[in-house]
Design a protein around this ligand. Structure first.
Ligand code: GCU
Length: 330
């Protein structure tokens, strides 16, 4: 039996050991900052939280990820610049935005390059396409970790658009990416590059007459309050991409690198299911918001962007990826 004095002593030493253990695990555990421009209600935020939990679990708490949503740490472009300098660890961007930092991502941005979601996933999972592109950017200061489904992109505008001719004279917001600008010019609209976070106000103040994105932009980001027509031309399926700073990547142990990549794969799969459910629900929500879902003359849109396929076939960086993506559709 312990007397009171001994019990106190045991308690104190337990506290001391516990405290030391806590302190030692605190000094070894590393927390990575992850920036993205999505809303906390968006599926991508859920997928990133899932990723963070998986990293923590797989490394037994040795590596943690803290997710900063809503562009708190900057726009997608700013986040990538911080990543390159090593001032930020991770960011979720998309292939369109990344094209300016690593031209290989441009392969995903050719309009109508994917026949459907199956084809899109085959390309992302292919070692010679999607997986190779993730690894292609280390020289530019970041490494790709995982892709996330971001649906198909469609026009949403303040007046109905059913053919490229309807876009004539309209100012359409695009992502700051060479392919997005080229595509819009070929379709006949005036491209206006803007960060995503500035778009609601730009629509409201009629700085632009519309934009293009997945249905979530209309509902979760409330752009449908202003733009009342959603034209299902499905011109692009541009993946979201989770990337890590090369400086952070190099500092991780092999075990933690493997955990990050494995967590990324699981988060991609988690998002695949989540996205399918989300898209169905959001189309209904858009209709309830008074947004009209329009069927369009898709062939006319496909024809308008044919020159981009010809240019891609001669592009020194993306030609081989584009050819491989097309071959996967046969
Ligand atoms: C999608 C994508 C974002 C991107 C946005 C945009 O929503 O998931 O990463 O910022 O498009 O059009 O800017």
């Amino acid at each position: 039996m312990l007397n009171i004095k001994q019990t106190k002593l045991h308690f104190a030493s337990a506290l001391l050991v516990g405290g030391l253990m806590g302190a030692s695990s605190m000094s070894f555990a590393e927390t990575l900052k992850l920036s993205h421009n999505g809303d906390t209600k968006s599926p991508v935020h859920q997928a990133l939280k899932f990723f963070a939990d998986e990293v923590q679990e797989k490394t037994d708490g040795d590596l943690k990820v803290r997710v900063y949503p809503n562009g708190q740490l900057g726009t997608q472009r700013e986040s990538l610049e911080l990543l390159q300098s090593g001032a930020l660890d991770m960011a979720k961007s998309n292939a369109s935005e990344l094209e300016s930092f690593d031209p290989a991502y441009g392969a995903f941005n050719i309009p109508y390059i994917f026949r459907d979601r199956e084809h899109f996933y085959r390309a992302l999972e292919s070692e010679d396409i999607g997986q190779k592109i993730l690894r292609s950017s280390e020289q530019y200061g970041f490494v790709g970790v995982a892709y996330f489904d971001a649906g198909s992109r469609n026009f949403y505008t303040t007046k109905p658009v059913k053919t490229p001719a309807d876009l004539k004279g309209m100012k359409i917001r695009v992502q700051p990416s060479p392919s997005a600008i080229k595509m819009m010019e070929l379709m006949g609209a005036s491209p206006t590059p803007l960060p995503f976070g500035e778009l609601y106000t730009a629509l409201q103040q009629r700085v632009v007459d519309g934009a293009e994105n997945n249905i979530g932009a209309v509902t979760t980001y409330r752009h449908g309050e202003v733009a009342k027509y959603y034209s299902q031309d499905e011109h692009a399926m541009i993946p979201d991409v989770l990337v890590i700073s090369s400086k952070t990547w190099e500092s991780l142990s092999d075990k933690n690198k493997a955990a990050v990549l494995a967590a990324g794969k699981e988060a991609t799969a988690f998002m695949k299911t989540l996205w399918a459910e989300y898209t169905e629900e959001e189309l209904n929500k858009a209709t309830k918001m008074g947004v009209e879902i329009l069927d369009v003359d898709k062939d006319a849109f496909i024809k308008a962007v044919e020159p981009m396929h010809k240019d891609a076939a001669n592009d020194p960086v993306i030609a081989s990826y584009v050819e491989a993506i097309k071959a996967l559709d046969k």
